[in-house]
Design a protein around this ligand. Structure first.
Ligand SMILES: [Zn+2]
Length: 172
């Protein structure tokens, strides 16, 4: 049995390493889950942790479907994530975007809408390029489009107007 996982503490250490796949707003929930598994003497290893369709998805091994003390802990974490923003941990709901469903607070829903508009209209659908633009491009007001959109519906409208101006090549 050498080299095998023998202790819940070993599982905890391995499970901590899986938190990088979890969106930032859900990491506290994930941390509480894996500490809960450890405290319940669960020997489960997380093989996947991340967001899919606005839900926290966690796969455990050796049990594909968690049983015993693991099941309620997993259910509670998923239920809590369903009301928590993936990006910031604030109160949230599942939001339908054009190409994805995400669990977002009102601020981050507006940022996601702006980012999606930028991706589709300025960056050939490249979400990562749009994300970089949202994070870095300082508009005349001295704010990035992301921070502008996060403020209010009016801020989102301003970013959409900015995107339209860039699209038409009239921004300078
Ligand atoms: Zn948020």
């Amino acid at each position: 049995m050498t080299g095998q996982i023998k202790e819940p503490a070993d599982c905890l250490v391995k499970n901590i390493a899986m938190r990088d796949g979890v969106p930032p707003g859900w990491r506290e929930i994930y941390d509480r889950l894996i500490v809960g598994l450890f405290q319940s003497d669960c020997m489960e290893l997380v093989t996947f942790a991340g967001a899919q369709g606005g839900e926290l998805q966690i796969a455990l091994a050796p049990c594909e479907v968690a049983t015993g003390p693991c099941a309620p802990l997993l259910a509670a974490a998923r239920q809590e994530a369903a009301a928590t923003c993936e990006d910031c941990g604030a109160e949230a709901t599942r939001c339908e975007l054009a190409d994805a469903v995400r669990c977002l607070c009102a601020r981050h829903y507006r940022v996601a809408q702006a980012e999606q508009a930028a991706a589709q209209r300025l960056f050939d659908g490249e979400m990562s390029a749009a994300g970089d633009w949202m994070a870095a491009f300082a508009v005349a007001l001295g704010e990035t489009p992301a921070s502008r959109a996060a403020l209010s519906s009016q801020g989102l409208e301003e970013v959409l107007t900015l995107i339209a101006r860039i699209e038409r090549g009239v921004y300078c």
